[in-house]
Design a protein around this ligand. Structure first.
Ligand code: LP5
Ligand code: MN
Length: 245
């Protein structure tokens, strides 16, 4: 089955305080070839408190993504745990489609399943409970009608609490649960899984019922670019990383 050239990125964590990362993303976008597809698997922004925040950073990124359309590059976005409130208004300004939390791309006989990755952290029930609360539609609606300075205060508080919690959590708890990976790959008939979130870039190969499969983890963009490329008309999917130029 033929597929277009595809790129996957995640965990860019754009913020006003890190102009090098923003510049790195903008130049990465410029290097994308015409007619490819770009999948952004969450945490594009360090946090998102509403589409009404019309900052220079948000405008810059929207305009860069939007202009890719002139080169027939399609953009898809999956929410991360930091930017799950990014809405259709902003996505429209980027000319990008928001996808559901878990998605599939059909291959010959098996699929590629892709997601942000936080859903796989099943060894962290505290986070999974927290996530459920954050994903309550009524709570999100309520949050979004609050004045901006209160939303920013809440976001800062949550970020602080999260860092405190992460400092005492073990590495294993913050990684994916292998059984959750296997269950999801079986459910979506996938031989390849792509995700971010853990900031542990790697290609893991293992067997599911004697079939070789792989899980490719995207890296965060704190020190450089991390992306996965699937060549057109190929099932070859490779993880790349390099420092910002
Ligand atoms: O983000 P990261 O990588 O540091 O850690 C994540 C998990 N943490 C989060 C929290 C986000 O960082 C906060 C993002 C703010 C977004 C904007 C605000 C929108 C508000 C919308 C309201 C409807 O996702 C972290 C995981 C880690 O990944 C690895 O998987 O461990 O999870 C936690 O830290 C959760 C804790 O275990 C439990 C959190 C308790 C919070 C208590 C809140 C009390 C303060 C309330 C203030 C109003
Ligand atoms: Mn994340």
């Amino acid at each position: 089955m033929s597929n277009p050239l595809r790129y996957f990125i995640a965990d860019i964590h754009l913020t006003d305080n890190e102009p090098v990362i923003t510049a790195g993303l903008l130049s990465f976008l410029e290097t994308l070839p015409d007619n490819c597809e770009l999948y952004i698997l969450g945490d594009l922004f360090d946090y998102w408190v509403g589409d009404d925040v019309n900052s220079t950073l948000h405008q810059q990124v929207a305009s860069a993504l939007q202009s890719l359309s002139h080169r027939h590059i399609k953009k898809y976005f999956v929410h991360g745990n930091r930017d799950f409130l990014l809405g259709v208004k902003y996505a429209k300004s980027c000319d990008m489609t928001i996808l559901t939390d878990i998605n599939c791309l059909a291959q010959q006989d098996k699929n590629i399943v892709f997601l942000h990755g936080d859903l796989l952290c099943k060894d962290d029930p505290q986070y999974q409970r927290f996530r459920k609360i954050m994903h309550c539609k009524w709570l999100q609606k309520l949050f979004l009608i609050l004045p901006l300075f209160i939303r920013l205060k809440i976001a800062n508080k949550l970020r602080k609490k999260s860092s405190e919690h992460n400092r005492i959590k073990s590495e294993a708890i913050m990684d994916v649960n292998q059984q959750a990976v296997v269950d999801m790959m079986i459910k979506y008939n996938a031989d390849t899984m792509i995700h971010g979130h853990t900031h542990k870039p790697a290609t893991h190969t293992f067997l599911i019922k004697t079939e070789p499969v792989k899980r490719i983890v995207l890296g965060a963009w704190h020190e450089g670019v991390s992306y996965i490329k699937q060549e057109s008309n190929s099932s070859d999917i490779v993880l790349y990383s390099h420092c910002f130029k």
